[in-house]
Ligand binder design. Structure first.
Ligand SMILES: *Cc1c(COP(=O)(O)O)cnc(C)c1O
Length: 383
């Protein structure tokens, strides 16, 4: 069993919203000698990983820290909301989609006091309304929203929402799972106190490792807040990392190695170049969709540049499952939508892919449409 095995690993193009297509070098980085994660060699690796994560969002290590968790991305939302709410405080969720709705569910499960400030899924939040709610409810201690609402691909104005949160003395937590390490983020400039992601999205590493980047003094203040979870308490995990360099409980060892390699590749590619590549992929997705006649759900100028929500055509032969299965066999994964009351599917610009892969994909998609009898260009009723 040698490294040559790798040449046999098929390269799949994942157009789902994560996990993303990884490089062979990241896949291979998981093949390491067995090691106990309590060894200094491993804790040093995690220390560097934590520091490097800060660099991605231009976070000053004096002011910010990063805390790792073993779990999928949702663990970060859980941890932030249950750990960062002081006694008698309330959470405001600025909610225009599925991932902010998930934050609302987390509030419900913990019995946290919250306001679910809902906006239509295909619209930007109304900032005047956000301010009104903040002004009327001085007990709001935490404002939460989603940067790129992955369910639709809409980009939320986090800098503006963060400025409002701060004006009313609230901490601002942002679910950046589907932007971090892709669309440039700057903690201070964007008024973000806490952001988060998991390794399998923008970093193009493996599932099982998630991380929160946030304001150290807020985490330290949270030591005195009500404790609502044991495994998912931010202060407890932070404090163990700071004192021992270790994750409180067993880390996902091989996944950490993959993330370290992914970070190396991230800095090699560079923030701007990487964003330019994702943008190329995104443009290629739109070009291909336009050529086949598809419509997208969200106004183009509101899209975060990473997810396209495509409206199902009005064709009796259209069958998403069949189209999916055909593309899947050819090595391309497409993904169902996550919009209530609208039938959509999603194509995403994440991962170690480039515009050539998208051009190949559209050849396959067109074949799938032809074989299933869907008219090309696709049709919509009405206009
Ligand atoms: C992917 C994603 C998550 C995490 O989902 P998991 O299935 O738990 O990994 C959270 N928020 C957003 C915006 C996401 O895109």
């Amino acid at each position: 069993m040698g490294r040559e095995c790798l040449s046999e690993i098929k390269r799949n193009i994942l157009l789902n919203p994560g996990p993303s297509t990884t490089t062979d070098t990241v896949k291979m980085a998981q093949i390491v000698p067995d090691i106990c994660p309590r060894e200094k060699e491993f804790t040093q690796l995690m220390r560097k990983l934590r520091r490097d994560l800060l660099r991605i969002v231009h976070a000053d290590p004096q002011k910010y820290t990063s805390v790792l968790f073993c779990g999928s991305g949702t663990i970060n939302i859980d941890v932030c909301l249950n750990s960062l709410l002081p006694q008698d405080g309330r959470i405001l969720v600025v909610n225009n989609g599925a991932y902010s709705a998930r934050a609302v569910e987390i509030c419900e499960y913990y019995g946290l006091p919250y306001i679910d400030l809902k906006f239509p899924e295909d619209q930007l939040p109304d900032l005047e309304k956000v301010e009104e709610v903040l002004a009327e409810n001085p007990d709001i201690a935490l404002v939460h929203t989603t940067h790129n609402e992955t369910g639709t691909g809409i980009l939320n104005p986090v800098r503006e929402i963060g400025a409002l949160a701060h004006r009313y003395d609230a901490v601002f937590t942002v679910d950046t799972t589907s932007t971090l390490a892709m669309r440039p983020i700057d903690m201070d400039r964007d008024n973000i106190d806490f952001c988060m992601a998991s390794a399998q999205k923008g970093l193009m590493a493996m599932t099982g490792l998630s991380f929160i980047i946030g304001n150290r003094s807020v985490i330290e203040a949270s030591a005195g807040y009500p404790r609502r979870s044991y495994y998912c308490n931010l202060y407890l995990q932070y404090q163990v990392f700071e004192t021992t360099g270790e994750m409180h409980f067993t880390p996902p060892v091989q996944t950490v190695y993959a993330a370290v390699q992914a970070l190396r590749e991230y800095f090699q590619e560079g923030e701007e170049q990487k964003w330019a590549r994702h943008t190329r992929v995104f443009e290629a997705l739109h070009r291909g969709l336009r050529r086949l006649g598809f419509r997208d759900l969200i106004r183009r100028e509101w899209q975060a540049g990473l997810v396209v929500s495509v409206v199902y055509p009005d064709d009796e032969h259209w069958d998403f499952e069949e189209i999916h299965d055909y593309c899947y066999q050819k090595g391309f994964t497409i993904y169902p939508g996550k919009v209530s009351g609208q039938n959509t599917f999603r194509l995403c610009a994440l991962g170690a892919i480039d515009e050539g892969d998208i051009e190949d994909f559209f050849i396959v998609l067109e074949e799938a449409l032809n074989r299933t009898g869907v008219a090309v260009p696709v049709r919509y009723e009405g206009k």
